[in-house]
Design a protein around this ligand. Structure first.
Ligand code: ADP
Length: 491
């Protein structure tokens, strides 16, 4: 019933027998070679240790009772210097205490003298299975280690106390950590990033039957020659057999480049739309000059063609404006340079700019007598967009023959500009929603009026970016008044 330990083409396992009794050595050699081992023999402890130093053995069979260097000495040296080697001790008659002591000192098993070939085979087979399992675990671990280390994404494992168990170089690099070994240290000590720590806390508290992951963006400002970094962090708990959270795994993915491209894309769209909008407006104006007969008489046929062309340009302009608005929202809005703005002059310009559109509906558009207004620090383009949106809305959401009034007041802190109309007004229940993106009032008055629902959202973002605020007062059927408050110190 001899069983071979080498069933496949793998290298033969090596075994060393250390015993001062030639009879035992020879018997072991015979049995073990038959099992498929490469067997080496040593006459005593010293010789054995010398051989172990020379090369690796998978298993060492050592007699405990030998003159000069005992089996215990061999055992302790092997344990210390060759942790991958399994030691089986051969014990003399009825020395149970010795066997127990040897096991305590790290022997894998023992075999009492005298033993039969079957007993030897059984003990050795058991230990070779153990070494193979151990080898498998070591191999898997090292494979995983290489894989994790080579990942472009950052990976960190932490235990239930938030101590770092494993990190890969990408993780530490992404967080800009270049210190000493981090394993065994607390996350908040080594990587003091509040969001990261909070994510791990939340993962550890996740109930056992929940399998969601926590996803957050981490933003690191530019410093020490490093540019700004945006990381997408995902964190999930890992669990033991009983379902208890043993720790958390955090994976970081660098999305700085994607974010940059997104920003460039919206910058590009807004640049293009802006460049298109201005020439189209001037095209419209020039056509209007012709249509108004200021460039000579226009025949009916010419008028018809020009009006159709104007209509097309108008809808193109509207589309481009929407595109521009969206791009600006995506870009996070208003990062333009602020400048000193004379609000009075800006409002005069705005009235002049929208007068034609108001007059087309026989709506009067007036600027009330203003007090002496202080200048403010603001983005000119932003301010123009705010009042263009408010005045356009006032015209759009007013029936014919209405009245729009622009007024301004100041106190110590704020300059307040109000655009008031005598239009349809806003239903009470929609007043809160009015500044939300894409929100539009849907009633019989507004149904036929085109729009995107983005205008007021943009107005509010611009005002907020200037540390100001906006409020609205309205009663259905009695018009609306939008007031923009802008800080005078103008930071
Ligand atoms: P849009 O005009 O493109 O629909 P806005 O964000 O500018 O988008 O406005 C959102 C909604 O608020 C409009 O659809 C309209 O119903 C309402 N609204 C805005 N301004 C006025 C106003 N001056 N009078 C009445 N309703 C208004």
């Amino acid at each position: 019933m001899s069983s071979s330990v080498v069933e496949d083409g793998t290298e033969k396992p090596r075994i060393l027998v250390i015993d001062d009794e030639p009879r035992i050595r020879e018997a072991c050699q015979m049995v073990l070679e038959e099992m498929g081992f490469v067997v080496a023999l040593a006459l005593g402890g010293e010789q054995g240790l010398a051989m172990i130093k020379e090369r690796h053995f998978d298993i060492i069979l050592v007699d405990l009772m030998m003159p000069i260097l005992s089996g215990f000495d061999v055992l302790s040296q092997v344990r210390e210097n060759h942790p991958d080697t399994v030691v089986i001790v051969i014990t003399g008659y009825a020395t149970v205490e010795h066997s127990i002591e040897a096991m305590r000192k790290g022997a894998f098993d023992f075999i009492p003298k005298p033993f039969t070939p079957d007993q030897l085979r059984a003990v050795v087979s058991k230990s070779i299975k153990y070494t193979r399992a151990l080898q498998d675990i070591t191999d898997t671990k090292s494979r995983l280690r290489v894989m994790v280390n080579r990942l472009m994404d950052g990976v960190m494992t932490t235990d239930s106390e938030k101590r770092i168990v494993l990190t890969n170089p990408a993780f530490l690099h992404m967080l800009g950590y270049h210190g000493e070994n981090v394993v065994g240290r607390l996350v908040d000590e080594v990587l003091p990033n509040e969001t990261l720590v909070r994510m791990i806390d939340a993962a550890l508290l996740m109930p056992r039957d929940t399998f969601t992951e926590i996803v957050q963006e981490l933003c690191f400002e530019a410093r020490d020659g490093q540019s700004e970094r945006i990381l997408s962090a995902r964190c999930a708990p890992f669990r033991g057999r009983t379902g208890v959270n043993l720790g958390a795994i955090t994976v970081l993915h660098d999305i700085t480049a994607i974010k940059k491209i997104e920003r460039m894309k919206s910058d590009f769209v807004s640049m293009v739309s802006h460049e298109i909008r201005s020439p189209m407006n001037s095209l419209l104006m020039q056509m209007k000059v012709i249509l108004d007969g200021l460039a000579g008489e226009v025949t009916d046929k010419q008028r018809e063609i020009l009006e159709r062309a104007s209509g097309k340009i108008q809808s193109l302009t509207a589309m481009v404006s929407e595109l521009l608005d969206l791009a600006r929202i995506e870009a996070g809005l208003i990062t333009d340079e602020k400048e000193t703005i004379d609000m009075q002059a800006l409002l005069v310009d705005q009235v002049a700019f929208h007068l034609a559109a108001a007059q087309a509906k026989n709506i009067s558009l007036q600027l009330e007598q203003l007090p002496n207004l202080p200048t403010i620090q603001a983005s000119r383009q932003g301010m123009e967009e705010v009042f263009t949106n408010l005045i356009t809305n006032a015209i759009k959401y007013s029936p014919r023959d209405g009245r729009i009034t622009l007024s301004a007041t100041k106190d110590n802190e704020y300059l307040t500009v109000t655009v008031q109309d005598t239009g349809f007004g806003i239903p009470e229940e929609d007043m809160e929603e009015i500044f939300a993106r894409f929100f539009r009032v849907k009633d019989s008055n507004t149904r036929t009026i085109h729009g995107t629902g983005l205008g007021l959202a943009i107005v509010k973002s611009i005002v907020n970016a200037h540390h100001g605020s906006i409020k609205v007062e309205s009663k259905l059927g009695q018009g609306a008044a939008f007031s923009v408050l802008l800080p005078i110190s103008g930071e």
